[in-house]
Design a protein. Structure first.
Length: 128
């Protein structure tokens, strides 16, 4: 089982990501802040972290920096509604694997997760 950490201050986004990822068989842990994420990273190993960029306290870039100090091999996907060349450049410099622009399709998210984690499972939305 692969554990994924989802970090977003928006409860609806956390719940949507959790539902989609768990439907695909991932164990998904959700937290509302960068500070909570750091505590989780100290306690367990994650196969991937998906984080929002714009959050109170630690933003996604600072969280990625600190997270990679604790878990250097953990890939990170960051999503943002304010994508820019500067954010993309900083993300790459820090070591973030991929930046997704919000809103994104769930198929795009799952393709990104598969690519970043190196898995090759095909994903299609399940019937609700």
């Amino acid at each position: 089982m692969e554990d994924i950490l989802v970090v977003d201050d928006d409860i609806i986004m956390r719940e949507v990501l959790k539902r989609v990822l768990e439907r695909e068989g991932f164990v998904t842990h959700c937290v509302a802040s960068g500070e909570e994420a750091i505590e989780q990273i100290k306690e367990r190993t994650f196969s991937l972290m998906i984080t929002d960029f714009n959050m109170p306290g630690l933003d996604g870039l600072e969280l990625a920096r600190k997270g990679l100090e604790l878990a250097p091999h953990m890939p990170i996907i960051m999503d943002t509604g304010r994508i820019s060349p500067k954010i993309t450049r900083l993300a790459k410099e820090i070591g973030i694997a991929k930046v997704l622009s919000k809103p994104f399709l769930l198929t795009e998210l799952m393709k990104t997760v598969r690519d970043v984690m190196g898995t090759r499972r095909e994903w299609a939305p399940s019937a609700a």
